[in-house]
Design a protein around this ligand. Structure first.
Ligand code: S3P
Length: 163
């Protein structure tokens, strides 16, 4: 079967739900952020600091194109949909699940996070970023799953019954 791509904002649970699906379906598991770290041998914060966001976005697009097309759960980075080519590429794949999480829930989950350069950039308005990105997630999504007040297992089984 076609691979499942999880898209959504930082803190929407893409990585942990991908792990749940991986266990439930026995499919392969890929994470574009982890692929970047492994391939370029640099942490995400270091890439942002030393190379800048534009270079990170190029690395991210490269990794997206290297994901496996079948029987794989792919967790993507929250900004993957910023790039129009990535959006088109995702639309062509088919199974794209948008994990939609409210701003209040995202803020609660990431309140102590220090690993995400964009989340930790005080000069960026993250709530506005979520608003700006939401139409782009919706554009690529074949299924939209609301994640507030649900366990990872509930979300994973909702995805399985939808694909
Ligand atoms: C980003 C989200 C991060 C990571 C990078 C940029 C973003 O992934 O790709 O820090 O632009 O929203 P997560 O969505 O897994 O946090």
């Amino acid at each position: 079967m076609k691979s499942i791509y999880l898209v959504g904002f930082m803190g929407s649970g893409k990585t942990s739900i991908a792990e749940c699906l991986h266990k439930a379906l026995g499919w392969g598991l890929q994470d574009t952020d982890q692929m970047i770290v492994d391939y370029y041998q640099m942490s995400i914060p270091t890439i942002f600091e030393q190379k800048g966001e534009a270079v990170f976005r190029k690395y991210e697009a490269n990794m997206l194109h290297n994901t496996t097309a079948e029987n794989t759960i792919v967790a993507t980075g929250g900004g993957i949909i910023e790039n129009e080519e990535n959006r088109q590429w995702l639309i062509n794949q088919g199974n794209i699940i948008f994990l939609q999480t409210s701003w209040e829930e995202i803020e609660r989950r990431l309140q102590h996070d220090s690993s995400r350069p964009i989340w930790n950039n005080q000069s960026r308005d993250k709530q506005k970023l979520l608003e700006d990105r939401t139409p782009k997630y919706l554009e690529v999504a074949s299924h939209v799953i609301q994640t507030d007040n649900k366990t990872e297992e509930m979300i994973a089984s909702e995805i399985i019954s939808n694909i």
